[in-house]
Design a protein around this ligand. Structure first.
Ligand SMILES: Cc1cc2nc3c(=O)[nH]c(=O)nc-3n(C[C@H](O)[C@H](O)[C@H](O)COP(=O)(O)OP(=O)(O)OC[C@H]3O[C@@H](n4cnc5c(N)ncnc54)[C@H](O)[C@@H]3O)c2cc1C
Length: 392
């Protein structure tokens, strides 16, 4: 296709994200959380650094990051600001879908914008009336003279108002059954989003994921015909890996605070004389380390399994979908355990807001993990297959 506006090296993009993640995302994370506002500062830097186009393959002029490489950057960012990490993860899931499933005429339109940092993509799969049921839709495409029209009442559209486009599931037509879904690429200026509620939540406040009425005019090449195929081949595993990498980032941040607390205690004890017995908090930290290492292993094994099965026939098997579902439930559950243990170690200083050991924002952000998508729904999907599968 020959799109080659500029090429960005993997190292340069990663450096831009890390540099900012380490300094400014952390600086604004508390304000973003307190004010429940989009992390504007982080994303103007990420746009500039080329992070929105990380997954664009080299043959399309991009840096060609793999999902695993993006996951690493997401973890890095989530350690500083959970909302920023989650937004980068959700955007990257949409890009993974586009570069793998969109026809070349669509890519010619969107890839240059991604590489210039001009296309932040949100998602509207959840729908008022269906909520976490991703594989069914109420809304349907309506044919027009030039293509289609979509109107969808999305129940949770993260950063929709700040996004340049929203990718949404819908029924193929008004006559289609609920499961016969297409994926609509809704782009400004042919798209509008009218807020239908507020976003005043426990955590992930900077994602601004309020409900909204999405309306879009779509030319035919902006409708990806087979969402069932997109889900199996890309969305399920990219979501598991990239969201898992957010949960790992939050866990790393909580563990770091617990470790700092223990080292402060160690310095105090050392000043008073030789340490004969490690304090209980250090033993608790050792236990936390065991859980954190499980989470690191789960995320890295999930990413490796995804790389190994990407584009293979294995993705059509229940074993694959169940493994991705197990990975999703394991990563979101282990995060809760790390945060709980960190809170026991940090004590009151972690419980209180405004101290270097405060865990409030991290603990509240972590509460989103089992809801995205509901772990109960995920386990129910696995349970269904276990009625006939021969191995666990
Ligand atoms: C921070 C955040 C950002 C999000 N961003 C987006 C976004 O950008 N785009 C988007 O589309 N969605 C987004 N979501 C929505 C998310 O992916 C889920 O769809 C949503 O959280 C599910 O909502 P729910 O818990 O109300 O509904 P449900 O999933 O319907 O769950 C409600 C309750 O019902 C139970 N339940 C319902 N049905 C079943 C079933 N069949 N089997 C088992 N249990 C069931 C669940 O266990 C749970 O207790 C976001 C969510 C969060 C928390």
């Amino acid at each position: 296709m020959g799109i080659c506006l500029f090429t960005m090296t993997l190292e340069a993009a990663a450096e831009g994200i890390r540099g900012f993640g380490a300094e400014a995302a952390a600086e604004f994370a508390d304000a973003v959380d307190r004010e429940a506002r989009f992390p504007i500062e982080a994303f103007s830097e990420l746009r500039r650094a080329g992070a929105l186009g990380m997954l664009v393959p080299t043959e399309l002029g991009g840096p060609g990051f793999t999902i695993t490489e993006v996951a690493r950057e997401v973890t890095e960012l989530a350690q500083s600001c959970g909302s920023s990490g989650l937004i980068l993860a959700m955007h990257s899931i949409q890009v993974a879908i586009l570069v793998r499933h969109a026809p070349s005429e669509t890519l010619e339109r969107v890839v240059p914008q991604l590489l210039r940092g001009e296309l932040l993509l949100a998602n509207a799969n959840s729908e008022i009336g269906l909520y976490g049921d991703r594989r069914n839709s109420i809304c349907a495409l309506e044919p027009t003279d030039t293509g289609f029209r979509l109107e969808k009442r999305g129940s949770t559209i993260s950063y929709g108002e700040y996004a340049d486009g929203v990718l949404a599931t819908a029924r193929r037509s008004a006559e289609s059954p609920a499961h016969e879904q297409v994926f609509a690429i809704c782009l400004r200026p042919d798209m509008t989003l009218e807020p239908l509620g507020e976003w005043d939540t426990l955590g992930m406040r900077g994602t601004c994921s309020r409900a909204g009425l999405l309306t879009a005019e779509l030319s035919p090449e902006l409708v990806l015909d087979n969402y069932a195929d997109i889900f199996v081949r890309t969305s399920l595993s990219a979501s598991a890996v990239l969201l898992g990498s957010v949960w790992l980032g939050l866990a790393e941040a909580a563990a770091r605070k617990a470790h700092e607390t223990v080292r402060r205690t160690g310095r105090k004890l050392a000043a008073a004389g030789p340490i004969t017995q490690p304090p209980l908090a250090a033993v608790r930290l050792a236990e936390l380390g065991v859980v954190l290492h499980q989470l690191r292993e789960v995320v890295s094994a999930g990413a490796a399994y995804n790389e190994q099965t990407w584009d293979s026939e294995a993705v059509n098997e229940w074993r694959f979908s169940s493994r991705m579902d197990n990975f999703k439930v394991a990563s979101s559950t282990l995060l809760q355990e790390v945060v709980h243990r960190a809170s026991q170690i940090c004590g009151m200083a972690g419980f209180q807001n405004g101290t270097p050991s405060s865990l409030g924002r991290i603990a509240r952000d972590a509460a989103a993990a089992p809801l995205m998508v509901s772990n109960d729904r995920t386990l129910e999907a696995v349970a269904r297959t276990l009625l006939v599968r021969k191995e666990l």
